[in-house]
Design a protein around this ligand. Structure first.
Ligand code: NAP
Ligand code: ZN
Length: 349
């Protein structure tokens, strides 16, 4: 089946309208009419080939919400008409210890929603900047938010789970002081979720203009990280810092804010490495520097249900498909409050 999509033919080309083919709906597959798709900074990294291995044409998008249009004969979890989501994962080996634990995100054979190896033509996956997608039911999520919120739910499928998973893993909650660095798509979700978990949340931003917003999102305090005095006031005080910054920067400035045995987890994935942190910042206080990749399917469902229960959605700017290239430029400048979401109905226009 041919569907309208938006993607690029090369790293130095803008995204444009194109047609892609979706596989026939198999016995375990769910065919989804996509209503909305969020724009993640990873889409930009990959379409510009900032990480190795982008295949072209590349159709990004892994923050997908839509409605079930058809189901295969063996599908038990979904029926036609259900409102569902798809995040960053559309396949995995389903038999390794990671998959057995519901940590498909760490499976060595995890298949990303776009640019992942697949038997479907042309040999790599195509993402959510498209009218429809066909996905094995294991990787499809139930959406329990009100229908009116659907566009703002889309970013939960990546920005939501990528912040929820490390916040849970490192125990964000009452009595814990948690920092969130970088107030973009991921960071603004991190603030909302950490606040809902009951932590004391401090937002770190390079943008003075985001101070008031960060408070409104749920931060108890806001620090402009370019201001050394403001940073020093928080020395050795954090249990956990979630770093979402999409560019290389000085990690030591944040490691020095962790208390003994505190952890800073990197989720931002810049195209080039950070300068090496100073080893003494780690050994003197037995601190940890860690990383985290999205989240597994069961935890993604847990996150969606947590957000539905707490009334959490993303703050979004809804755009048409022909505004995607402009949205990328604005995202690079930090000029988005706080996630662009594509109205996929505009793909056919
Ligand atoms: P985004 O919306 O562009 O937000 C990134 C934020 O980082 C910006 O809003 C800005 O916040 C800050 N920032 C940007 N450049 C900076 C610089 N040079 N120095 C300091 N701060 C800077 O991006 P996103 O969609 O949230 O994604 C963030 C990163 O996470 C990307 O690298 C993305 O690929 C990665 N990611 C990783 C995973 C994972 O599983 N680990 C999943 C999704 C995305 P302020 O204005 O507040 O400073
Ligand atoms: Zn993403």
């Amino acid at each position: 089946m041919q569907v309208h999509a938006y993607g690029a033919h090369a790293a130095d080309k803008p995204l444009e309208h194109l047609h892609i083919t979706r596989r026939a709906t198999g016995a375990h597959d769910v065919q989804i009419d996509i209503a909305y798709c969020g724009i993640c900074h990873s889409d930009l990294h990959q379409i510009r080939s900032e990480w190795a291995g982008t295949q072209y044409p590349c159709v990004p998008g892994h923050e997908i919400v839509g409605r079930v249009a058809a189901v295969g004969a063996h599908v038990s979890k979904f029926k036609v008409g259900d409102v569902v989501g798809v995040g960053c994962i559309v396949d995995s080996c389903q038999s390794c210890p990671d998959c057995d634990e519901g940590l498909e995100n760490y499976c060595d054979n995890m298949v990303g929603t776009y640019n992942g190896k697949t038997d479907d033509a042309p040999g790599w996956t195509m993402g959510g900047y498209s009218q429809q997608i066909v996905v094995h039911e294991r990787y499809v999520l139930n959406i329990r938010h009100p229908e009116a919120d659907l566009a703002a739910v889309a970013p939960l499928l990546c920005a939501g789970i990528t912040t929820y998973s490390p916040l849970r893993h490192w125990g964000a909650g009452p009595g814990k002081k948690v920092g969130v660095v970088g107030i973009g798509g991921l960071g603004h979700m991190g603030i909302k979720i950490a606040h809902a978990m009951g932590a004391h949340v401090v937002a770190f931003t390079t943008s003075d203009s985001k101070r008031a917003d960060a408070k409104a999102l749920g931060a108890d305090e806001v620090v402009v990280s370019r201001n050394a005095e403001e940073m020093a006031a928080h020395a050795k005080s954090f249990d956990f810092i979630l770093n979402t910054v999409a560019a290389p920067h000085d990690l030591d400035a944040f490691l020095a804010l962790l208390k003994r045995e505190g952890t800073m987890t990197l989720v931002g994935a810049p195209a080039t490495p950070h300068p090496s942190p100073n080893v003494f910042n780690l050994i003197l206080k037995r601190r940890s520097l860690a990383g985290s990749l999205i989240g597994g399917i069961p935890e993604t469902q847990e996150m969606l249900d947590f957000c539905a229960e707490h009334g959490i959605v993303a703050d979004i700017e809804l755009i048409r498909a022909d505004e995607i290239n402009t949205a990328y430029e604005r995202m690079l400048k930090g000029d988005v409050k706080y996630r662009f979401v594509i109205d996929n109905a505009s793909l056919a226009a």
